[in-house]
Design a protein around this ligand. Structure first.
Ligand SMILES: [Zn+2]
Length: 241
């Protein structure tokens, strides 16, 4: 069956002498890994369309549940080449790509994650020096994929609480947290900032100038949470094998 959609190249891996496995975040199917025949040959019809971050219209062919359908067409909509040309911006984008690969499921439509990534790449292309963009992306991606840490009140009973527990992905109140080890305390300032960030859009994010302390506190929370969740899922996957 031929499937058509649009997508952004997240990663490519060489396969054999001349072939490539191209991993996309697609508009209609979430993450899709495709097999591209001979794109590394000079006269390949794929041209530069398989470069990381390239946004294209694509077609791929295979059974509906095929793990590795064959990429038959990739027509560039927008190359995002500016993001690849500077090492500094590419490193930041690579961090965004890594967590996208960790949190967005394969073959499960995730249109919110898809539009989030496109909007973020556009914003990033305009100004890659804004330190809030990557943090905002991580936060929103956790939100749309269902992994957002809860910091407004106890995640079990809803009562007030200020201590975050990585093991639970939430703040817990004194009563519900008996016997667990606190990960860190959440400041009142962070709770407000966090609520606002989830409401604001990217153009608003580009106008704000939060304090260093707040940005640091938020980054630590988000990064520790991401590390905890990905390590846990890696262990689960290893266990299943
Ligand atoms: Zn509680």
């Amino acid at each position: 069956m031929l499937q058509r959609t649009e997508g952004i190249v997240l990663r490519t891996n060489p396969y054999g002498e001349a072939d490539l496995i191209v991993t996309y975040l697609t508009k209609d199917y979430g993450i899709v890994k495709t097999f591209a025949k001979s794109p590394r040959k000079i006269k390949s019809r794929f041209g530069s369309s398989l470069e990381p971050l390239t946004y294209s219209k694509i077609s791929f062919w295979g059974k509906e549940d095929s793990a590795l359908p064959r990429l038959t067409q990739a027509d560039i909509i927008y190359p995002f080449h500016v993001l690849r040309s500077s090492l500094k911006s590419f490193l930041k984008v690579s961090e965004m790509i890594e967590i996208t690969l960790s949190f967005v499921p394969e073959r499960d439509p995730s249109p919110k994650a898809y539009s989030l990534l496109i909007n973020m790449l556009r914003a990033f292309e305009e100004d890659s020096s804004d330190r809030m963009l990557v943090i905002y992306y991580k936060l929103k991606l956790l939100d749309v994929t269902g992994f957002l840490p809860k910091i407004t009140g106890c995640g079990r009973c809803g009562n007030a609480g200020h201590d975050f527990y990585l093991s639970h992905g939430t703040v817990l109140c004194e009563k519900c947290s008996k016997g667990f080890e606190t990960s860190f305390r959440i400041s009142a300032g962070l709770v407000n900032f966090y609520k606002n960030l989830l409401e604001w859009n990217i153009s608003h994010i580009k106008r704000i100038k939060p304090s260093d302390a707040l940005v640091l506190e938020l980054s630590m929370l988000i990064d520790e949470h991401i590390r905890y969740v990905t390590e846990k899922s890696l262990k689960t996957r290893a266990f299943r094998v």
